[in-house]
Design a protein around this ligand. Structure first.
Ligand SMILES: Cc1cc2nc3c(=O)[nH]c(=O)nc-3n(C[C@H](O)[C@H](O)[C@H](O)COP(=O)(O)OP(=O)(O)OC[C@H]3O[C@@H](n4cnc5c(N)ncnc54)[C@H](O)[C@@H]3O)c2cc1C
Length: 412
């Protein structure tokens, strides 16, 4: 990878107060910092190339304060207003710059949990670890048999006083689908502390623990596209000190909602913006006479239908941004659910279209770059990985049920 060297000092956060100056500084920093060949360098390199690159990228983002800019000032952030976060995403999206995806849980889920429910000591210990040491976190909620119906999870945590007087929770069970769990330093874990609670949601607690705690074993899960982005985790008499319990015992369900709220915000805004940039690029190439397939009336019609849908998704995203600005906690708004449903289904349709459009040549597995996004021109891989968005953050079937019951008032 050819790393650019420049004497110029970049300070995007010093431009707050002027969105266009901020935009220009982010753009200039990206041009000076992100190697033009970054994608080629990690293509075919597998998980290790991806992890090494992401660690480097995280450090570069930290140097100019952009990785944690959305955090509160008290914890080393800049409380970056939403409109600036959107501008930053736009500039990243335009040049297809990578997002620090490996750090998603560290940068979004962990702080969303700790700001709402952590003690000052827990915040200090764990957020400093992310900021200063780039510690990687992953999320251990799902289990075999507890995905959509997460509250039926069975991993058990029992409180125990040790002979030396210290209090620990002893955990036994299994987790699955922990994204990037093979590389993580720490785990956010949901476990059942009261199996006799009257409601299944009531007996769950929320813990934090290092991934190298004795008794914790992780195994990679190989996916259809060859990646092993997830792992399954086996917990066998794993001891977690009581000070690593977040909030109160048996109140983990409500805390988990704060964690999951991180998934409904800017992550999807970024994805939807990127999709629109890609489709606009195709349209510009078509207008410039660069696309042979554009002469095919049927393909042209299919593309333009998808383009119109992308514009509609973007309009929904704009509505969501507006709602977040006026009501940061979003209350009962169905808009994030609508955005997730419409974006994920459009992504599936568009990646199916590109696979068909480019014929047999596109329908083969080619070396890929992990974490490069879902619209990479590697059509087979884009097509396969597009499925993930219809499952993560609540499956589309379950979200449609939620909309039907809570918004349309249809019977259960
Ligand atoms: C990209 C990605 C990243 C993920 N990362 C993590 C992570 O880091 N940590 C973690 O803990 N988990 C993670 N997950 C797991 C994710 O939370 C679960 O896959 C999800 O909750 C669905 O659960 P499941 O896979 O067990 O499917 P199930 O819940 O078993 O569902 C199977 C099928 O049945 C349908 N279904 C289920 N219930 C209903 C219903 N009531 N009505 C209608 N249809 C229904 C579903 O829509 C689905 O089609 C990730 C998943 C993906 C795809």
């Amino acid at each position: 990878m050819t790393v650019a060297t420049t004497e110029r000092r970049f300070e995007p956060l010093a431009k707050l107060g002027d969105t266009e100056a901020f935009r220009a500084e982010v753009r200039a920093w990206l041009a000076a910092t992100l190697p033009a060949d970054w994608l080629a360098t990690i293509t075919g390199g597998g998980e290790q190339a991806y992890v090494d690159f992401q660690r480097w990228w995280f450090r570069e983002l930290m140097k100019v304060g952009l990785a944690t800019a959305h955090w509160p000032k008290a914890w080393g952030g800049e409380e970056l207003p939403l409109e600036y976060q959107v501008v930053m995403n736009e500039e990243f999206g335009k040049v297809r710059a990578p997002r620090p995806l490996l750090y998603t849980v560290s940068l979004y889920h962990l702080p969303a949990t700790l700001f709402a429910h952590g003690t000052p000591e827990q915040r200090d210990r764990f957020l400093t670890g992310v900021r200063e040491r780039g510690e990687l976190w992953c999320q251990g909620f799902s289990e075999p048999g507890a995905g959509s119906d997460l509250a039926s999870l069975r991993t058990r945590a029992e409180r125990k006083v040790k002979p030396d007087g210290s209090v620990v929770y002893v955990v036994n069970g299994q987790k699955v689908w922990s994204s990037f769990g093979m590389h993580a330093d720490y785990y956010m874990l949901l476990a059942r502390t009261d199996p006799d609670a009257p409601k299944k949601q009531a007996g769950i607690s929320f813990f934090l623990l290092p991934m190298d705690t004795p008794g914790l074993i992780r195994r990679p899960i190989r996916q259809i596209n060859g990646d092993a982005e997830f792992c399954e985790v086996f917990l066998d008499d794993v001891e977690i000190p009581a000070e690593n319990l977040i909030g109160r015992e048996n109140e983990g369900w409500a805390i988990a909602q704060s964690t999951l709220s991180a998934e409904r915000g800017l992550i999807i805004v970024d994805q939807a913006q990127r999709m629109q940039f890609v489709l606009e690029g195709v349209l510009a190439d078509a207008r410039g006479g660069k696309l042979a397939w554009w002469r095919d009336v049927d393909l042209r019609r299919q593309f333009l239908r998808l383009y119109a849908q992308a514009v509609a998704v973007r309009a929904l995203v704009d509505r969501m941004i507006d709602e977040i600005v006026h009501n940061p906690h979003m209350g009962t708004s169905p808009t994030p659910t609508l955005v997730k449903l419409s974006y994920s289904e459009l992504l599936r349709r568009y990646t199916t279209f590109t696979l068909k459009r480019d014929g047999l040549a596109a329908q083969v597995a080619r070396p890929k770059a992990l974490g490069a996004g879902k619209l990479t021109e590697n059509h087979m891989d884009d097509y396969l990985s597009a499925y993930s968005w219809t499952i993560s953050g609540g499956t589309n079937e379950v979200l449609k049920n939620v909309l039907a019951e809570r918004v349309l008032g249809l019977p259960r």
